[in-house]
Design a protein around this ligand. Structure first.
Ligand code: NAD
Ligand code: 6OD
Length: 486
């Protein structure tokens, strides 16, 4: 693929910058894109454009027209499906099969789903009895939050950005969006689609850059931004909270996790092994919902471990475009250093390495990439850092348990609270254990099965608020109660 230029999109125009950085391929270290980094002034221009657009044709657009526009954006993504897949694969190195079955279709689906949901979004009304017997009618109307800052990560770039953009636009907001510096491409293509389908200038702006002392910080500290929706690390969420405090912006945060899987001896064995392998290793383990801790009921422990090991060793790290490829690299060499530091730490903490634990050797250009082996450990105490800290790689620690209560206690013994997955054929136990999980998303006999209308987000350090369906619409809009005395 040729090296692409990725510019900012401000007030309906693609804008270059004197300051640029190079995006490298995690597959072979080659140059993927030259990215124009926005300075504070460019972020200010984007915010002013977004503020202006709230008062322009967009602010007066009837709901049905906005809904039609959202559908045209979805169709626009689909019309350039191959471009989006190629761009996502170039930035992330993920297999083409994954980008074309998950990332890009979901990027389009998010716009259709929220177009449908906003069409039927109702508001509250109450009749109040008054002493004169005539009463009063209360009803709430919903207004856009205003200019929304959307800051997203690199693991599912288009999917996670559109998950926020679609409901924000559905509610009539305007947007200043910043993709991760690691994945600038699909957000830029999306700007081209928005431009092409007639989204008015200023409604959607894309800003490229980093976090601290760069575009991310310039967005969060700008007093013309009315709210921040962020997906990324818990530490970054904490820094953003501090940054927005002086201007008291509402935040919606989807943060990190150290998720648990619980496998009971009565599970459907083949489904559980396949399901847990997919949960641990999909997208090279770079999914916030991935279980890095797995608790297996003791009678099944050795058999389950052997099954999971076999799955781990079956992953094929081919080139992204090859049909046989089932695992790509990590996002960057920098992230690989972090993951490998945990591979090392696990050994120091006394882990038995069941499989993996290192870097694969290819004998070709992939040796310049950011690949790591899928890795499983046993034998660590629950206090080990490897068991407590988010790694965000293709790895998990597998531990036995004897009693249901013990598994629940270990699963919940974490400062995070994003997701969990429980595998059992006992229906009552499935419900009971799923409900006992201190998380925002609790799966039984499945993982990452997503109905986009359901609440999505994390408990504890894994987030603030919920997005999804009506929850998204509640964040991206402000109610005004109107009280009419009769
Ligand atoms: P990150 O926090 O490093 O970066 C996310 C985004 O924030 C990027 O666009 C980055 O440039 C920006 N950023 C960084 N510092 C900033 C600052 N001080 N101010 C403003 N913006 C700043 O996260 P990442 O490494 O891109 O993604 C991986 C992390 O995201 C993992 O912790 C993972 O669990 C989490 N994640 C959570 C969810 C969820 O839904 N809960 C989904 C995906 C990823
Ligand atoms: O499916 C989604 O909408 C969603 N937010 C997934 C998050 C995945 C985290 O890596």
């Amino acid at each position: 693929m040729n090296v692409q230029e990725r510019k900012n999109y401000i007030n309906g125009r693609f804008v270059g910058s004197a300051k640029q950085f190079t995006k490298l391929s995690p597959v072979d270290g080659s140059e993927v894109a030259i990215v124009h980094e926005a300075d504070r002034d460019m972020v200010d221009q984007a915010v002013q454009a977004a503020r202006g657009a709230l008062k322009g044709p967009w602010g007066r657009m009837p709901l049905q027209e906005r809904v039609d526009l959202l559908r045209r954006i979805a169709a626009g993504i689909e019309a350039r499906f191959e471009d989006f897949v190629a761009a996502e694969v170039a930035d992330t190195g993920k297999p083409v099969s994954l980008a074309s079955h998950l990332d890009i279709p979901r990027g389009a689906a998010n716009f259709r789903v929220f177009a449908d949901i906003v069409r039927t979004y109702g508001t509250e009304s109450y009749f109040l009895d008054t002493p004169d017997g005539k009463g009063a009618v209360n009803y709430a109307i919903r207004k856009p939050l205003g200019v929304v800052g959307v800051i997203s990560p690199w693991n599912l770039p288009l999917l996670l950005m559109t998950w926020k953009l679609a409901p924000a636009l559905a509610c009539g907001n305007t947007i200043v969006a910043k993709p991760s510096e690691e994945t600038p491409s699909t957000a830029t293509l999306l700007a081209e689609v928005m431009h092409g389908v007639g989204v008015p200038p200023g409604v959607f702006n894309v800003i490229h850059g980093f976090g601290p002392d760069s575009a991310g910080e310039f967005i969060t500290t700008h007093d013309g931004v009315d709210g921040i929706t962020f997906t990324g690390e818990t530490g970054t969420g904490s820094a953003i909270m501090k940054a927005v405090a002086p201007t008291v912006k509402p935040v919606s945060f989807e943060l990190g996790g150290k998720n648990a899987g619980i496998v009971f001896a009565d599970c459907d064995f083949d489904a559980a092994v396949a399901g847990m392998a997919n949960a641990i290793f999909s997208n090279c383990g770079q999914v916030c919902l991935a279980p890095e801790r797995v608790y297996v009921e003791r009678p099944l422990f050795e058999r389950f471990l052997a099954g999971l090991k076999q799955k781990a060793e079956g992953y094929i790290m081919g080139w992204p475009g090859e049909a046989k490829t089932s695992m790509g690299p990590l996002i960057s060499k920098l992230h690989r250093e972090k993951v490998l530091s945990y591979y090392e730490l696990a050994r120091k903490e006394g882990a038995t390495v069941v499989t993996g634990g290192g870097v694969p050797k290819f004998g070709d250009a992939r040796d310049n990439g950011a690949y790591v082996q899928p890795t499983l450990w046993t034998g660590l105490p629950e206090t080990a850092r490897t068991v407590r800290e988010e790694i965000f790689g293709p790895c998990a620690h597998i531990a036995p348990f004897d009693k249901e209560e013990e598994a629940i206690a270990m699963a919940n013994d974490t400062r995070y609270g994003l997701a969990s997955t429980v595998w059992t054929t006992n229906l009552s136990r499935g419900h009971r254990v799923a409900q006992a999980m201190e998380v925002g998303i609790s799966w039984v006999n499945c993982w990452f099965l997503r109905d986009l209308r359901t609440p999505f987000g994390g408990a504890k350090l894994s987030g603030i608020g919920r997005e999804g369906g009506l929850h998204s619409l509640n964040f991206y809009s402000e109610p005004t109660n109107v009280c009419v005395k009769l």
